[in-house]
Design a protein around this ligand. Structure first.
Ligand code: HEC
Length: 129
């Protein structure tokens, strides 16, 4: 049975109304303040950087299933098994494999170190909802 994940995103809060009339209609220079949750985890930034600089996002998205499972689904499946599961998932990233989520294979990533792969896994696990 397919689980439909409810993704309640904290959308960026709209800029508060400013009662002071400003001469220039200065646009607020707000960075998107969404998702302060996982982003505040130190594993998030380091792991995301590694994932983004590799080929991961060609097969994975955070919330949508493409070739590979969504990272949200991966996190929801495994976060409760941390930390034991982290080296195992890292090994799977390095060696590749299939059969857990379907028949599509994940390619091997032999050039990724175990430590970097574990950082990637930690990032993914922060996405648990
Ligand atoms: C060629 C497409 C592809 C690429 C590139 C890819 N993946 Fe995957 N990934 C998959 C597929 C397909 C699965 C599901 C494998 C299975 O069912 O066992 C998967 C599964 C996973 C899992 C869960 C493994 C499990 O046993 O449940 C993790 C974690 C993961 N990928 C992380 C990554 C990371 C990090 C990268 C980048 C270094 C990456 N993937 C790159 C296709 C890909």
């Amino acid at each position: 049975m397919k689980k439909i994940g409810l993704t309640l995103f904290a959308l960026a809060t709209l800029a508060a109304c400013n009662n002071d009339p400003k001469p220039t209609d200065a646009k607020t220079t707000d960075a998107p303040a969404a998702d302060a949750g996982p982003a505040s985890n130190p594993d998030y930034e380091a792991g995301l950087k590694l994932v983004a600089s590799s080929d991961c996002f060609t097969c994975h998205k955070v919330d949508d299933v493409i070739t590979g499972p969504s990272y949200r689904d991966v996190a929801n499946k495994y976060a409760s098994q941390a930390p034991d599961i982290i080296p195992k998932l890292a090994e799977k990233i390095i060696k590749g494999g299939s059969g857990v989520w379907g028949s599509a294979p994940m390619l091997a990533h032999p050039s990724i170190s175990q430590a970097d792969a574990e950082t990637m896994v930690k990032y993914i696990l922060t996405l648990k909802k």
